[in-house]
Design a protein around this ligand. Structure first.
Ligand SMILES: Nc1ncnc2c1ncn2[C@@H]1O[C@H](COP(=O)(O)OP(=O)(O)OP(=O)(O)O)[C@@H](O)[C@H]1O
Length: 299
């Protein structure tokens, strides 16, 4: 389990994180999303005890993580920028990991090397970017972590490799109750595997929710009225975004679906459709609601 309470951090005078709360339950996958520079990597570096917070607390499995080497051994961390010892092959790295990580699983390591079809004797820094990512997954998953923290983990992986990687992660969550936090800009893939989502905005947690709940709270409504749209509607409902395409109005609205539909129906629309929203759309419209320029974004 990962728990962050009221975490704040500044670099010089620049406040990067402000009162951030975050909880990743045991056996769940949490997608951390946010615009560039919103503070995701900085938050993750606190989860790994790389940075010390100015205020607040960070717990992994109920223990403080900063300067706690034992708890760090139970975390599988894949950073956005990978680092390997310059002359090392994957086999050399595996021997090194074996000495450090008490739960190292040699059988899993051998199986994964086989599944990913990598030559464990090649020097890692001679491998392609995607292959180096595969090495990171093989080594990390072979440590049998209780918690996984993955910063842009699939960056550079081809679709087949991504599928393989997600399969391992989902199995670990189901079978070993691993808690996983993934930071990624690939919202389509996050949507297919995450249970929870946190949207970080300018260093503050904008929304932290169960993904299904989040999706049931924002709606895309396409509506046509005989004449111009009655002005009262936009006052009646919580509109995140609105646009007109010919005679069709498109609304992105927050709130309870039944209630919203009944408000639109009050003015006898000729057509009223409710369309599903993707996580990517929710993300963009929520950011639009807090002042990001989204007028020229086309879906
Ligand atoms: N060591 C540091 N010293 C000073 N400023 C920093 C440091 N690390 C990060 N920052 C600043 O903190 C802010 C958040 O950066 P961070 O890397 O956490 O964002 P991010 O959400 O991971 O972004 P991206 O999606 O682009 O990777 C940025 O303004 C960045 O310049």
């Amino acid at each position: 389990m990962i728990e962050v309470k009221k975490l704040s951090k500044s670099f010089q005078k620049h406040q990067v994180l402000k009162d951030v709360d975050l909880t990743v339950k045991k056996g769940s996958i949490y997608g951390l999303i946010g615009a560039n520079g919103s503070g995701k990597t900085t938050l993750i570096k606190h989860l790994m005890g790389i940075y010390k917070q100015d205020a607040g607390e960070v717990f992994i499995n109920n223990e403080k993580v900063f300067e706690n080497n034992d708890i760090k051994k139970s975390i599988g961390y894949i950073p956005d920028e990978l680092y390997y010892f310059p002359m090392y092959s994957m086999k050399n790295m595996a021997s090194f990991y074996k000495k450090i990580y008490p739960n190292w699983n040699e059988e899993r390591y051998i199986n994964m090397v086989h599944t990913f079809e990598l030559d464990e004797n090649r020097r890692i820094n001679k491998l392609s970017k995607g292959m180096q990512r595969q090495v990171a997954f093989i080594l990390t998953l072979s440590t049998m972590p209780e918690v996984m923290i993955l910063d842009e983990p699939i960056d550079g992986l081809d679709p087949l490799m991504r599928k393989k990687v997600w399969k391992y992660i989902v199995e670990d969550v189901a079978e070993r109750d691993v808690s996983v936090l993934i930071s990624s800009h690939n919202l389509k893939e996050l949507e297919s595997i995450c249970d929870y989502v946190g949207i970080l905005n300018r260093g503050q947690m904008l929304i932290e929710r169960d993904l299904d709940e989040l999706k049931s709270d924002v709606h895309k409504i396409q509506v046509v009225y005989k004449t111009e749209i009655p002005e009262e509607i936009t006052k009646d409902v919580n509109v995140l975004h609105q646009e007109k395409r010919g005679t069709v109005y498109l609304f992105i609205v927050k709130g309870e679906q039944k209630e919203i539909v009944s408000k639109f129906n009050k003015y006898n629309p000729m057509i009223l459709d409710i369309l599903p929203l993707t996580l990517e759309e929710i993300f963009i419209y929520e950011l639009g609601g807090v002042g990001y320029e989204i007028q020229n974004v086309i879906f």
